[in-house]
Design a protein around this ligand. Structure first.
Ligand code: UD1
Ligand code: CA
Length: 443
């Protein structure tokens, strides 16, 4: 049967106290909405629409998701009326998920869809047991059967003591949903149209209400404020780190290690404390990373050692050591078996295999050959006040300590600059230059 999904995300999210719409807040490398979208896609939805507020719309459309704008927001029932008005009338099923539940796994969405599908019930919903619930609607049962959902604001004292709650995840038989949405009335404490009233209406006419109990209530945690955001992030972070550890990665201190959802790490890699692995970072096996390192969109080959360093949008070849206190950024590409030492910054720079820059250097817009030795304090003067200029250093070149390479400039293969040289012209292969400005000398 065709399954279409509606992601509810038009709510104001005022408790976030933010200029950013709630579902665009980020955890573990994705926005809340993207996590939900991933789960809904993973559940096999044939078509997805999002209910959004006007300020959210452009952001969600940029993700390639069809939006239906709800303004003003008059409740979940009102949102679903608009959603169904926007979707062609078919004989399918409608999966409903919330954009503010980032931990919901695809498997739970599949479960609710198949729970409905198997018996062709008008509705299946996901419930969970939550001790002392407050923000949730309660599931009211009669002789075991779900008969209605009552919102906290409308509940009696006895109903408030029910600990089975409505998570807001449903799968509806489409025609039943359309029929019941038409007759919703805002007859409640909040003066809203409640989607949950469809449940009572279905039960009242003898329809079957299937309930799928989610036994890990943390997964259906909704995020309404920044305390809940941090709690959801902690759960997600633990899942990501657990998966890495089960796949053979040693994480010495999970409580101070942060890894985004898309991060890939090979086995026998050791991650030391206070380390952040962000974005699309990919790390090989046998690597040691940390302590105290920040890698974002980094590609790290096998047997690398990175400690107390920052690597962003850059790659490191196998057997190379980086740090402490190195900074690789903007497409730096370091070859195999290199040594990048303390206080070395590489920006848009390529370093050939076996090259070394061990101390106190700025290497920007440079191409450096295999086995070149970059002495302590070497600076590429890549910025002339107007343009960035390129420095080329040949294979096995020896750049003396404290050399300034005034770009654009080329130092040939095997060439040498003396300590403190200011190199303002090209140095041919094998030649030596010294002084200020650097002059050629006899070999
Ligand atoms: C709703 C349910 C409640 C359930 C809870 C789970 C109703 C009446 N109540 O509560 O039983 O326990 O979800 O979180 O449905 N939204 C819109 N448009 C609106 C209102 C809400 O798109 O006009 C979206 C929100 O962005 C959110 C979701 O619907 O993603 C749920 O809304 P929220 O206000 O958080 O939940 P409640 O209505 O309090
Ligand atoms: Ca509400």
């Amino acid at each position: 049967m065709k399954t279409r999904a509606v992601i509810m995300a038009a709510g104001k999210g005022t408790r976030m106290k933010s200029r950013t719409p709630k579902v665009l807040h980020e955890l573990c490398g994705r926005t809340m909405f993207e996590h939900v979208l991933e789960a809904v896609r993973g559940a096999g939805a044939d078509e997805i629409v999002a209910m959004v507020s006007p300020d959210l719309q452009p952001h969600i459309e940029a993700m390639g998701v069809t939006c239906i704008v709800q303004e003003p927001q008059k409740g979940t029932g009102h949102a679903m009326q608009l959603a169904m008005a926007g979707l062609a009338d078919e004989k399918g099923q409608i999966l409903v998920a919330s954009g503010d539940m980032p931990l919901v796994p695809a498997s739970l969405l599949r479960d609710v869809v198949s729970a409905r599908d198997v018996v062709n019930a008008p509705i299946a919903l996901v419930s969970a047991h939550v001790p002392l619930p407050t923000n949730f609607g309660r599931i009211v049962r009669n002789r075991g059967k779900v008969v209605r959902i009552v919102e906290d604001a409308d509940a009696s004292e006895i109903e408030r003591s029910i600990d089975e709650v409505n998570t807001g995840i449903y799968c509806f038989e489409e025609q039943a949903l359309r029929r019941h949405l038409r007759v919703l009335v805002p007859n409640n404490a909040q003066g809203e149209l409640y989607l949950t009233d469809c449940v009572a209406a279905i039960a009242a006419e003898g329809g079957r209400v299937e309930a799928v109990l989610c036994d890990d209530r943390r997964l259906v945690m909704g995020v309404n404020n920044r305390i809940e955001l941090s709690a959801a992030r902690a759960v997600m972070q633990q899942h990501i780190l657990d998966e890495l550890m089960l796949s053979g990665v040693t994480i010495v201190d999970p409580s101070t290690t942060y890894a985004d959802v898309q991060v890939i790490v090979g086995n026998d890699t050791v991650v030391l404390p206070n380390t952040h692995l962000r974005g699309k970072t990919r790390i090989g096996s046998g690597v040691t990373v940390g302590p105290g390192s920040f890698l974002e969109n980094a590609t790290v080959a096998d047997d690398v050692h990175v400690w107390y360093s920052i690597v962003r949008d850059s790659s490191i070849g196998s057997g190379t050591t980086v740090g402490p206190f190195a900074y690789l950024r903007m497409g730096a590409s370091v070859g195999k078996n290199c040594k990048i030492g303390n206080y070395v910054e590489l920006k848009k720079t390529t370093l050939g295999d076996g090259a070394k820059a061990q101390h106190l250097s700025y290497l920007g817009d440079a191409e450096i050959g295999d086995e070149a030795n970059i002495g302590a304090g070497t600076i590429t003067c890549n910025w002339d006040g107007k343009n960035k200029n390129k420095t080329t250093i040949g294979k096995r070149a020896f750049i003396g300590s404290n050399s300034s390479l005034v770009a654009p400039v080329t130092v040939g293969d095997g060439a040498l600059t003396g300590a403190g040289a200011v190199v303002i012209r090209d140095v041919p292969p094998g030649e030596r230059v010294v002084g200020n400005p650097a002059k050629p000398i006899r070999k």
